[in-house]
Design a protein around this ligand. Sequence first.
Ligand code: FMN
Length: 189
Amino acid sequence: MPHEDTVERAKYEPLRKPAEPVSEALETLPYGLYIIGSRDERDKTNGMMADWLMQVSFKPRLVACSFENDATTLKNIRATNVFSVNVLPDDAKRLVAAFAQPQSAAKIKGRSEEASARVYDKLRDVPHSRGEQTGCPILDAALAWLECRAEQFVPAGDHTLVVGRVLGGAVLREGEPLTQRALGWSYGG
Ligand SMILES: Cc1cc2nc3c(=O)[nH]c(=O)nc-3n(C[C@H](O)[C@H](O)[C@H](O)COP(=O)(O)O)c2cc1C
């Protein structure tokens, strides 16, 4: 499994958190599991695991995704105004493990200076192409993909909600989409 040693599992495993009723209630909310593709102003691409994503308008077609304020992906979207959404099949658990870490190791507190300086190319071993309209990564393994242009950045506590207009998209194959529950990790609470 790529980068397995660096996967930050402990941060997301609900069983390791002390029981807290509100957190437990929030953790019951069902989510899909997506890889958000982005690129920076120098065209360096990135992929990020996200579950806080949903459609928020029919006309125009808009989706919203909530990003940690220090995510490289958010920085990229602010710089280029574009992102992609990759919907994965439910047998893609090994593939998504490559994305359970930040591009910049400095995002994880408490690491040594040397470890913090590391920058991961999460897409290095993951076959993908680039979306025609945005240049953002579209994974070969995706069930479906969307290309989006960011239209609003809404501050939301320790996250920022990005509302994106859907520019294009397609279903690549049939199958069941991967969910957070199927993955067995929790981001919520
Ligand atoms: C199951 C799961 C779901 C996640 N969902 C989100 C999410 O919706 N939004 C978010 O900002 N981070 C989410 N994360 C955390 C990001 O994947 C993580 O912070 C990532 O390191 C950010 O990558 P980047 O800095 O390379 O953009 C999730 C993590 C896991 C394990």
